[in-house]
Design a protein around this ligand. Structure first.
Ligand SMILES: [Zn+2]
Length: 165
């Protein structure tokens, strides 16, 4: 699951349309960092933004998660942290897939609700996403965001959003 950032890969970015931090697909890289991204929620294309406008220095966690070649963290500690994070990610990826299979197995197609940003979802609800397929809501992060576990892992998606037009 954990791989270097590259075009086609995934990254958390501020969505200029959804106006929140969401999962994005990298369209173009520039100097080892994402330059253009596609929002997994609204499919809009925009420049990569590592954090919300007005947000100050990124939290430690986020640095570790999105660290690229140019990281300023002390080398030894960063390497150790990265290896541990990769091990954790590997274990979680397997666990997540098992959890996903358990949640999806034997469910009728009628039990899945088509994902739309305007809908409001509840924990454990089954959703069908036009891009990511079948998923299960694992967490309602806040009234505007849900975490949905798909076959390839969890994604943060928007909900209860009124899009103009
Ligand atoms: Zn968006």
């Amino acid at each position: 699951m954990t791989k270097a950032l590259a075009a086609g890969g995934e990254v958390d970015s501020w969505c200029t349309k959804c106006k929140m931090m969401l999962n994005h697909r990298i369209i173009a890289m520039e100097g080892g960092v994402p330059a253009r991204v596609e929002c997994s929620t609204c499919n809009s294309h925009h420049n990569f933004r590592a954090r919300a406008p007005g947000e100050k220095a990124p939290a430690k966690e986020r640095v570790a998660k999105t660290a690229s070649a140019g990281t300023k963290a002390p080398r030894g500690a960063a390497a150790r942290g990265k290896a541990a994070a990769e091990e954790r990610a590997f274990a979680t990826a397997r666990e997540q897939q098992q959890a996903w299979e358990k949640a999806i197995a034997g469910r009728s197609v009628h039990e899945f609700r088509t994902y739309k940003v305007s809908e409001i979802f509840e924990e454990r609800e089954l959703v069908k996403h036009n891009k990511f397929g079948d998923g299960v809501v694992v967490r309602v992060i806040d009234p505007k965001k849900v975490e949905v576990l798909f076959k390839d892992g969890p994604l943060t998606l928007a909900q209860a959003m009124q899009l103009p037009g």
